[in-house]
Design a protein around this ligand. Sequence first.
Ligand code: FE2
Length: 441
Amino acid sequence: MTIAADPSTLRDEIAARLDTARKRTQRLTDCLDEDELLRQHSPLMSPLVWDLAHVANQEELWLLRGVGGRDPMHPEIDPLYDAFEHPRAKRPTLPLLPPGEARSYAHEVRGRVLDLLERVSFSTGQLVEHGFAFGMIAQHEQQHDETMLATHQLRKGSPVLRAQAPEPAPADVLRLPAEVFVPGGIFTMGTSTEPWALDNERPAHPVDVPPFYLDTTPVTNAAYIGFIEARGYDDQRLWSQAGWEYRQKADLAAPLFWERGGAGQWLRRRFGITEPVPAAEPVMHVSWYEADAYARWAGRRLPSEAEWEKAARFDQASGRSRRYPWGDAEPTPARANLGQHHLQPAPAGSYPQGAAPSGARQLIGDVWEWTASDFRPYPGFVAYPYREYSEVFFGTDYKVLRGGAFSADPVACRGTFRNWDFPIRRQIFSGFRTARDSDLA
Ligand SMILES: [Fe+2]
């Protein structure tokens, strides 16, 4: 976000971001009864009531205790809501706060945080500079809201969430080239100036990226059905060794939540509604292994993380990296499908106002995009404000996803924002686009 220089505007911005996150948390939890909030809808996820008190507990830890120097409100509950102490599968067995108590704890913490915000000086250290800790907490709640939305998608039962479908793609989609060219050369990756960027996005550093071609839009359901119908799931040559082993073990045959309907039609379940798979929408709920196999089938490959970011941010004309594909201005509903305004991605080729200088569309919003890259630190990385934010996840276990999805809020989605997950993950709102080398050296 663009950070105001004067403290009173910054206070207002922070309060608004915290409020947006809390309203979304309420929207995701007020629609379910106590039993549904306490139930574990999938072993992959926490009960929603855990997320509810966990966001409040983190807010208390970082803002009331960390920034405000207050004593713990309920020290006995801290261990219950420590994500590193209890894996998701075990969380239902913990003596968690029941929904009513979790809500009043969150409400009380928020009230005290807003009092603190009125009086805090933003010049007393790195944690509060430009309101960083407050921004981190707004992002944290939004990231849990996204996880809670994934829990809703996994939940069985009648639909409780509703939203308008996105606009159909504009007419110029028919004239879009299948791929865009990104010239070779050095560009600036990451950021040292974005005030609420997290440690793993820092610092800005030069990266030399050879010329390449990138899909103009994410891969669509129609294109992905081509891979399925060509028996791509049965052709071991298309899969990495680990991918093939997982495909066999998990018996993968289509994206998660898909099933075959009559007359060769594919159906999908989306937030409790079963509907025909829309051909023009970006494919979603595929693992990294499936994305990798599809790309090989198409005679292409996944883009590296650096390629993705260069296509999204680098402006050849000015020689600089933008904050977002469209420029430095904040996301709007006309530029990107973010913030759970719609409960699905928009058709491929939508959002011409959000296009990058390269001509690629929907790099921000719609679906998270798997990249070829492992999650690794940038040169000069410094863990902040704690090792467990990113550093403990670096290595070869996780693949990077970029660009956010309809399920991600703008506060937790930047041109530099990095997400990471295991290559087997499918319950997340993950899609991809493909790339190929250019023979122009
Ligand atoms: Fe968390």
